[in-house]
Write a protein that binds this ligand. Structure first.
Ligand code: DQA
Length: 141
């Protein structure tokens, strides 16, 4: 089984950006944790990050041609704005879990809509980095 873990804008700044909200661990720490977990359960994983909406769309489309069977996505701020990411997920029709490090539903009003959640089978929020592990396990079962 092949899983794509996709992170959107500013998630490369983990450890630096708003540590009170996102914690002090880095994006590299996140990737290491995901890779170690996937190795332990025998899942092939690829972690990708981009600050660009179009590149994220390209990565989702590429997942179809690469035979990816599950997507874990934290679209960052594009969660709240991007019909293009929603359409890309619908186009490839790959089972998807949405992850947010923070408890988005307790934050600003502009964060209260998620376009991706119209497609994702599950949304995990407020669990820090372990939300990604929970998402992977949900797709693997
Ligand atoms: C986020 C929440 C979003 O509202 C924000 O724009 C992010 C990160 C999270 O992981 O909690 O960049 O997706």
């Amino acid at each position: 089984m092949k899983i794509l873990v996709l992170n959107g804008p500013n998630l490369n700044m983990l450890g630096i950006r708003e540590p009170d909200i996102y914690g002090s661990n880095t994006y590299a720490d996140l990737v290491k944790m995901i890779e170690e977990h996937c190795a332990s359960i025998g899942v092939d994983v690829e972690c990708k990050q981009s600050n660009s909406e179009g590149t994220l769309v390209d990565y989702i489309q590429q997942a179809y041609f690469d035979g990816v069977s599950g997507i874990v996505i934290n679209p960052g701020a594009y969660t709240h704005t991007s019909v293009a990411l929603l359409d890309a997920l619908k186009a490839v029709s790959i089972p998807t879990v949405e992850v947010h490090i923070s408890q988005v539903d307790e934050r600003e009003p502009f964060r209260q809509i998620s376009y991706v959640s119209y497609y994702a089978s599950k949304t995990i929020m407020g669990k820090g980095f372990s939300g990604y592990i929970e998402a992977i396990d949900h797709l693997v079962v």
